[in-house]
Design a protein around this ligand. Sequence first.
Ligand SMILES: [Zn+2]
Length: 171
Amino acid sequence: MTTPEILQANERYAANFDKPDFSHFKNVIILACIEPRIDPYTQLGLKVGDAIIIRNAGGVAEDAIRSIVVAQHFVGVRREIMLFRHTDCGLSRVTTEGVRDLVKKENPGRDDVAKIVDAMDFHHIIDPVESVKQDVKILSENPLVIKGTKISGWLYDVDTGKISQILQAIA
Ligand SMILES: [Zn+2]
């Protein structure tokens, strides 16, 4: 999709704009990968206004903490955090070292870039199930997550469109 197409699509959307209704808000935070095959709204039967959706590469908890704190303490989402991994994630095909090399290759001779990227962990996912278990543990033990929040870990299968629950914990 090119920019003019996006503009036209938005014009059509705005022409029939219906303000999102928050009365169906499910009090849930969904953390998912940026992968284009993932669409939490469609795949989980959500409408705009139903949930807080946080996305980053891999759906990694560490990157999402800032948004989770705002969603819990400011918006008041205290019931559940659903943490997703998916099969065939790009982060299973590239290591942290691999991403660093790509960035450095793009910026030859830039020591400032190398220094920044060498300090970053890109969270290579070896096994999505183990990875989701680890992140549920990290979130449930994070003192910034409100005590009593349910934290569930899920796997989305990009070949079948099905989700399955891996585990659940309480913060
Ligand atoms: Zn992914």
